[in-house]
Design a protein around this ligand. Structure first.
Ligand SMILES: CC(C)(COP(=O)(O)OP(=O)(O)OC[C@H]1O[C@@H](n2cnc3c(N)ncnc32)[C@H](O)[C@@H]1OP(=O)(O)O)[C@@H](O)C(=O)NCCC(=O)NCCS
Length: 174
């Protein structure tokens, strides 16, 4: 898959991306606002394991954010299961050296319609730590609505924090 966005190309991960994945993902400032599945330090073995999962696109869609031929971040859609099967989660991260250029806003905007087309979902949600205003701003710029604050719902690096839930529904404008 290949989606051209204003600041990057979203494309399938390949084993050749392992080196750049480690280079850009191995950053405790990124890991601090991600789930524990995004490790710190981020090792070559972590990169290979992730790429293997990402290359299996049957039940989810995990794409590399490619800037000038290099994977400098990731964006993914993960449909939920059971009674939540018409909901998917969206998640993303970008190498710190590329922050503040509108790259993830462009990526999220471009991926939202693809997510609603590809999966039988009606609801796309993102859970953002209360310490991450940049990610909230990205979602707001992309037409997501702040739906709820789940108080003291996440524990990261020894701190228990609120999680802010953002949502977009199929057919929403923005
Ligand atoms: C959050 C993240 C994805 C943003 O990516 P990006 O490409 O830099 O985002 P954009 O440039 O498209 O937009 C960032 C917006 O946040 C704003 N912003 C940045 N830091 C901010 C802060 N401390 N407080 C408020 N807004 C902030 C920017 O000004 C910009 O908004 P604007 O266009 O209205 O000025 C990136 O910083 C990142 O990878 N962070 C670590 C991982 C992460 O947070 N993942 C998401 C977990 S929910």
């Amino acid at each position: 898959m290949r989606i051209v966005t204003p600041g990057s190309v979203l494309r399938t991960w390949t084993p050749d991306d392992a080196g750049s994945l480690v280079r850009h993902a191995n950053n405790p400032r990124i890991a601090a606002v991600m789930r524990d599945g995004f490790p710190s330090p981020y090792t070559p073995a972590d990169a290979c394991r992730f790429i293997e999962t990402a290359m299996d696109t049957t039940s989810h869609l995990y794409l590399a954010i490619d800037v000038r031929g290099e994977a400098v971040g990731g964006i993914g859609i993960q449909p939920l299961a059971d009674i939540k099967r018409r909901t998917a989660e969206i998640g993303y991260w970008l190498s710190e050296s590329f922050w503040g250029r509108g790259i993830v806003t462009g990526a999220v905007r471009s991926l939202v319609p693809v997510a609603f087309e590809r999966f039988e979902i009606v609801r796309l949600e993102a859970g953002v730590f209360s310490t991450n205003p940049a990610s909230m701003r990205v979602l707001e710029k992309c037409g997501f609505t702040r739906e709820a604050v789940h108080r003291m719902a996440v524990t990261k690096n020894g701190a228990t924090l609120d999680e802010v839930v953002y949502v977009r529904f199929a057919g929403d404008a923005g």
